[in-house]
Design a protein around this ligand. Structure first.
Ligand code: ATP
Ligand code: MG
Length: 137
């Protein structure tokens, strides 16, 4: 059984879409095994998106992630990493498939409602940034 890390981003929490996003996650057979609503700090957001620090949108991305509360989650299930990427849809909602979270709810390529880990290895690193093992059950 595999785990992935998810963030319900500020554009979604602000529009009261936490439950709607969770409904899509659960309908896909992924189990929410840890979840908390937090306000990300600037250093936390910079660390989380450090791989993108040379990209032109880095400043905008980090500012967005600290602009309102987010919901951080651990999702568990068979092929959880790939399955969640599939139900999230493409980064740009204009290119996201029908029925995906981003097609349904995202505002733009920046304000795209959710994050999901892109590999099992990164999922472990990202989960460890926000959860201790005894919070996952
Ligand atoms: P995430 O890592 O959030 O799950 P992703 O893997 O689909 O999304 P990445 O390429 O890792 O996409 O980009 C990380 C995040 O940076 C995107 O989700 C989006 O919020 C933001 N981003 C990516 N490209 C752009 C862009 N061209 N303009 C503004 N923001 C962008
Ligand atoms: Mg990514």
């Amino acid at each position: 059984i595999e785990r992935t890390f998810s963030i319900i981003k500020p554009d979604a929490t602000k529009r009261n879409l936490t439950g709607a996003v969770n409904a899509v996650i659960e309908a896909a057979g992924l189990q929410i095994v840890a979840q908390k609503r937090i306000r990300m700090s600037l250093p936390e957001a910079r660390k989380f998106y450090a791989v993108h620090k040379e990209r032109p949108f880095f400043g905008e991305l980090v500012d967005f992630m600290v602009s309102a509360p987010v919901v951080v989650q651990v999702l568990e299930g068979e092929n959880a990493v790939a399955k969640y990427r599939e139900i999230m849809g493409a980064t740009n909602p204009a290119q996201a498939a029908e029925g995906t979270i981003r097609k349904l709810y995202a505002v733009s390529v920046g304000e795209n409602s959710v994050h999901g880990s892109d590999s099992v290895e990164n999922a472990k690193i990202e989960i460890a940034q926000f959860f201790s093992e005894n919070e996952i059950l």
